[in-house]
Design a protein around this ligand. Structure first.
Ligand code: TMP
Length: 210
């Protein structure tokens, strides 16, 4: 669907899984090797997307229906795909995205219980069929992730406040999705930061060389 020449890498996992740290390390490593890198986060990453992000994460929007939530995530995604991701990939850059449509399948599909076929169709509509080349799922027990989040400063957002059972559904969803999707690599996010990164680095070089 796209005449992309770059590489599209996404990071997924429950909240508190350590994606941000690994993304920063990967960006530094790739930039040091002379590659053009664009780091993006979802939802958000564009002026319109950031406004949608505030709506989605605002705790006072407790009355939001799952369908509304799904469409808002997809609206932000359609914007970032067209405004940022596709142009960067066409320019031959490596795009690293903190979450992409797998998050919608896991959170809105498996965890909220929206119809998975519908979620798949809307994902495809929003992305125009764009798929990551490589996806890292940072996996860890929900209790460990919650402890990590509690030690952070600042308030939890609307989705982080969903509780243990919800996050267990999200975690299991990612694990299930990894079985049928070859591009998904599951990493043990309880391992030391450097150890996790070694696995990421190895896999990224493997894909870059292929
Ligand atoms: P972040 O904390 O990783 O920036 O993501 C914001 C929250 O939004 C996080 O709890 C995961 C959630 N989310 C979804 O529920 N569906 C989606 O499609 C995306 C991209 C994020």
């Amino acid at each position: 669907m796209t005449e992309k020449t770059g590489l599209f890498i996404t990071f997924e996992g429950i909240d508190g899984s350590g994606k941000t740290t690994q993304i920063r390390k990967l960006r530094n490593m790739l930039e040091r090797s002379g590659r053009g890198v664009e780091v993006i986060r979802e939802p958000g990453g564009t002026p319109i997307g950031e406004k949608i992000r505030s709506l989605l994460l605002d705790k006072s929007n407790g009355e939001m229906f799952s369908e509304t939530e799904l469409l808002l995530f997809e609206a932000a995604r359609a914007q970032i795909v067209n405004e940022k991701i596709l142009p960067a990939l066409r320019a031959g850059q490596i795009v690293i995205c903190d979450r992409f449509f797998d998050a919608t399948t896991a959170y809105q599909g498996y965890a909220r219980g929206l119809n998975l076929k519908d979620v798949g169709s809307i994902n495809r509509f929003a992305t125009g069929g764009l798929e990551p080349d490589l996806t890292f799922v940072m996996d860890l027990p929900v209790e460990t992730a919650f402890k990590r989040m509690q030690s952070r400063t600042g308030e939890t957002d609307r989705l982080e406040g969903e509780g243990l059972e919800f996050m267990c559904r999200v975690r299991n969803a990612y694990l299930e999705m990894s079985v049928s999707e070859k591009r998904i690599v599951v990493l043990d996010a309880t391992a030391p930061i450097e150890k996790v990164f070694e696995n990421i680095e190895r896999k990224v070089w493997e894909v870059l060389k292929s």
